[in-house]
Design a protein around this ligand. Structure first.
Ligand code: SAH
Length: 373
């Protein structure tokens, strides 16, 4: 092989691995073998990949690696929710992923960026600024850890669903996310059905339009407000891509696909977006799109400017949208005893935008804050 630096093969989906092996004089089926070792059997040491020749294993060892972030901390909540804090780089940078067990599934909430640039007004990740995009290896490693931890404990299936609802905006880290999603769905990777992998976006419209060209995984849209005036405040990317454009992109994603539905996420903020009038506007806005509505009761965090509405207000909202024929679910907070509930992240990291200091958050504050999913 002509390479001089170690290449992290965890960054490569099957197509990239095949190209890599071919360009190094090997047969493309080596890609499938390698993927099975790494993703299905959890083996990251080339020496143990016994269906490859000794010579090839030695060459891989010399020039390549299967490099995952380090686990800094692992926690398990009383309700079974687990959280991993993963160290990336040799710095303070850390990300979290959360595993949510339910009756018939194990859902993993995966991060795509260290921090976020979108600055949604109610989101704790936004308060922490933005450091960098995660690599494909760092994204797929979250699934690797969780899946093999479950298999090692005797769970037959491991992770059954992935939601890209952790830290960051997946569609602003497009190529790395798509390569990781490829591995999630690949028969030689995690073989998840496309219906069981969800990409969540705050509404990066051009990337949504690109997404439909390259994959057909499930799409969730963080709507949070039924009109532009309110959404401009809560989700500032709305000023660039207003609701009408967002809705056109949603239609475009599902048009022509009978089984596709959009999941709209709507964080419930006390006195802000939770009135019956908001519910009416929302029902008018999304009523003609095949969709599901997820109401997310706001999860508080230190220095938050918002509160969660009372249960009666949330129920009234849900009953109204449901009465208009929209399948509406209120998301239960999970894992809040280990700070893993929906909407609040995460581990330490260097804030290049210094937004956290503007919000007077100290690193110790950030440590206790929870993961968005
Ligand atoms: N950037 C993507 C992926 C993040 S998903 C997106 O916006 O869709 C995380 C979800 O949790 C989003 O819907 C986000 O708006 C929501 N969220 C963020 N902070 C929250 C909080 N404090 N309480 C409840 N939900 C929150």
């Amino acid at each position: 092989m002509s390479v001089t630096e170690k290449i992290n093969l965890l960054d490569f989906n099957r197509a990239a691995l095949e190209a890599f092996f071919i360009s190094n004089g090997e047969k493309p089926f080596r890609a499938r073998q390698l993927m099975q070792w790494v993703h299905q059997r959890g083996i990251t040491d080339f020496a143990q990949m016994t269906d490859m020749s000794k010579h090839l294993r030695e060459i891989l060892q010399q020039h390549c690696s299967i490099e995952r972030p380090r686990i800094l901390e692992q926690q398990k909540s009383a309700d079974g929710t687990r959280k991993w804090l993963l160290s990336i780089d040799d710095s303070d940078n850390a990300i979290e992923c959360v595993l949510i067990p339910e009756k018939n599934r194990m859902t993993l909430c995966v991060s795509s960026q260290v921090g976020c640039t979108l600055n949604c007004s109610f989101c704790s990740t936004a308060k922490q600024g933005f450091n960098r995009n995660l690599t494909t290896a760092e994204i797929i490693a979250q699934l690797h850890f969780a899946h093999h931890a479950l298999l090692a404990e005797g769970y037959q299936q491991g992770v059954t669903n992935v939601v890209m609802m952790g830290m960051g905006e997946p569609l602003l880290n497009f190529d790395a996310v798509i390569a990781a999603v490829d591995m999630m769905c690949d028969d030689f990777g995690y073989a998840l059905s496309k219906r069981r992998v969800t990409i969540s976006t705050a509404g990066v419209v051009p990337a949504m339009l690109k997404l439909e060209q390259v994959t057909d995984v499930a799409l969730a849209v963080s709507l949070h407000a039924p009109n532009d005036r309110l959404r401009n405040q809560l989700v500032p990317i709305n000023r660039k891509y207003p609701i009408a454009e967002l809705m056109r992109a949603c239609h475009s994603y599902i048009d022509g696909y009978k089984s596709r539905k959009i999941t709209f996420e709507y964080v419930m903020l006390d006195g802000v977006n939770d009135s019956l009038e908001h519910a009416r506007q929302l029902a008018r806005l999304i009523g003609d799109i095949p969709c599901k509505l997820n109401l997310i009761p706001f999860n508080p965090y230190p220095h938050a400017d918002y509160r969660c509405p009372d249960q009666a207000t949330i129920d009234r909202f849900r009953e109204y949208t449901a009465s208009k024929g929209i399948v509406t679910v209120t998301r239960r907070a999970r894992g809040d005893d280990i700070d893993a509930a929906c909407g609040q992240l995460v581990g330490d990291f260097h804030d290049r935008s210094r937004r956290s200091s503007k919000h007077q958050l100290s690193i110790s504050d950030i440590k206790g804050v929870r993961l968005a999913h």
